[in-house]
Design a binder for this molecule. Structure first.
Ligand code: 6PG
Length: 251
């Protein structure tokens, strides 16, 4: 069995609070070490509560927001004001209430018709902000938040899709047959270069897949979440009791 590092909390609300504390701690460490904090946000219901916590007292006063650079791990192919936009969700829950300046917000332009080109340009944007070269291996973001779908997907790395086989690009367009739609997503090499990856999973519907991903045989084509193994960074699973139900007692 693979070893994994999981923190199990009572419910989705406790998960959002714990994840918000993870953000604050990681942010403080990065600012002390490097003077700023780079983070990739995810979509989903638990992250929304996490972002709301960060935008409220006391956590909003625990962070030097002027030193935070925001990226996204994936995005749906909708305009930024669409209800399905991951950017819009984070904007409403956190970025607007905190009055984060536009220059620190690096959203995925997934509404563009040439999505492959948009993905390449997002890679260049990450490189610019991280003082890296877009032709090199990915830079190390300080923290990447990920969710996991009940089909084992993470970010927009869906089962049996082309993006799972990407070994060089940091960001790609990925066709997802189950939605008959494209998504933009960070790739496993990009995510695995992070200093810390925090996976959030809550709810009974995640229990079976979580047990498979963490303790079952490796099958990354069917369970893309298994692709996430940071090269030298920390991987933390923040999960609630319901989603942890089928995990062995002691990891
Ligand atoms: C998206 C996400 C996606 C999400 C998972 C889990 O754009 O849909 O980034 O990867 O994190 O589907 O979502 P929940 O936390 O809502 O279950």
């Amino acid at each position: 069995m693979r070893s994994y590092n999981a923190q199990i909390v009572e419910d989705a609300e406790a998960l959002a609070q714990t994840a918000a504390q993870t953000f604050v701690q990681s942010c403080r460490e990065a600012i002390v070490a490097r003077g700023r904090f780079t983070v990739a946000l995810s979509g989903g219901s638990t992250p929304k509560r996490l972002y709301q916590h960060l935008a409220q007292t006391p956590l909003k006063d625990a962070v030097d927001w002027s030193r935070v650079e925001f990226f996204w791990g994936d995005e749906r192919t909708v305009p930024p004001d669409h209800p399905d936009s991951n950017y819009r969700m984070a904007r409403e829950a956190m970025l607007e209430p905190l009055a984060i300046p536009a220059g620190q917000i690096h959203r995925m332009p997934a509404e563009r018709s040439d999505l492959d080109r948009a993905a390449q340009e997002y890679q260049v944007e990450i490189a610019r902000v991280c003082h890296a070269s877009a032709d090199d291996p990915p830079p190390s973001l300080d923290l990447v938040f990920l969710g996991m779908g009940s089909d084992g997907h993470t970010a927009s790395l869906f089962p049996h899709t082309a993006a799972l086989r990407e070994t060089a690009r940091w960001v790609v367009a990925n066709f997802v047959p189950k939605f008959n739609a494209n998504r933009m997503t960070m790739t496993a090499p990009m995510i695995n270069s992070a200093a810390q990856v925090a996976f959030l999973a809550a709810g009974e519907d995640k229990a079976a897949v979580l047990a498979e991903v963490l303790t079952g045989p490796t099958d990354t084509d069917r369970l893309p979440s298994q692709l996430i193994r940071p090269i030298s960074g920390r991987l933390t699973w923040l999960i609630d009791r319901a989603s942890a139900r089928l995990l062995p007692e002691k990891p």
